[in-house]
Design a protein around this ligand. Sequence first.
Ligand code: ADP
Length: 158
Amino acid sequence: MVNAVYPGTFDPITNGHIDLLARASKLFEHVTLAVAYNTNKHPLFELHERVSMATKALSHLPNISVVGFDNLLVDFAHTQQASVILRGLRAVSDFEYEFQLAGMNRNLASDIETVFLTPAEQYAYLSSSLVKEVARLGGDVTKFVPEQVIAEINKKLG
Ligand code: ADP
């Protein structure tokens, strides 16, 4: 029985994240989507808004739960009885940062392995920050995020 945590800012959750989670839900007993408080990134959405959007978007996947956290990731993973940290790899450009992060987390907790999954190719260029930028400039983001997220983005950006 292997549990995983999938950490990120999820500001907001996109169809790329959901694609990855659908794959992970078949591989792991349970996956906790761990929404980081993360003030460094100056998120558009409050933590509770990001948690609520993700919870609604993932209600069709039974073995996934959504939890906010603001402590050290490996400590949080231990509280979830998770031995895997799941991360997504889109392009080579993700690799260097992810490699560094995985190395640091292995140093901090040798009992936790980082596992990478890749999304379906139509999501390989998708990021939360691009979605926000396109929406801010009036572009159509319906292909990239769930319907209820579009409503939240529109509310936030007026
Ligand atoms: P972070 O702030 O940690 O980069 P994000 O919310 O941007 O968090 O992303 C969380 C994780 O999901 C990261 O591992 C990221 O590489 C991955 N990810 C983001 N967008 C996609 C996508 N379109 N397809 C697959 N993985 C993705």
